[in-house]
Unconditional design. Structure first.
Length: 95
């Protein structure tokens, strides 16, 4: 991605300190990289099935939005959802 592109951000369990820490770390990692843009943000609750369903719903409701990568705070449910959507399979952003 070379610090350029649109990202989906899948957060952990709302209200849990570890989730807030992971979200803050992702934001800090993106600071200074103006070419990165979070185009969608939703909870995956650290569960692959929840993240997969939420990602499928997001992709279906935003058909014209290009997604280049996914910040997934532990669930790994987003990648399988990208395949049936017939979009290019996004790379997993690493922290």
């Amino acid at each position: 991605m070379n610090y350029q592109g649109n990202l989906l951000e899948i957060t952990g369990v709302p209200g849990v300190a570890d989730a807030a820490t992971a979200t803050a770390a992702a934001a800090a990692a993106m600071q200074g990289h103006s070419g990165l843009k979070v185009v969608g943000n939703y909870t995956g609750e650290w569960t692959a099935s929840v993240a997969q369903q939420a990602t499928s719903q997001w992709l279906a409701s935003h058909p014209g939005v290009k997604v280049d990568g996914i910040i997934d705070e532990g669930a790994m449910g987003a990648r399988p959802a990208a395949v049936p959507s017939r979009r290019r399979r996004p790379s997993r952003a690493r922290r």
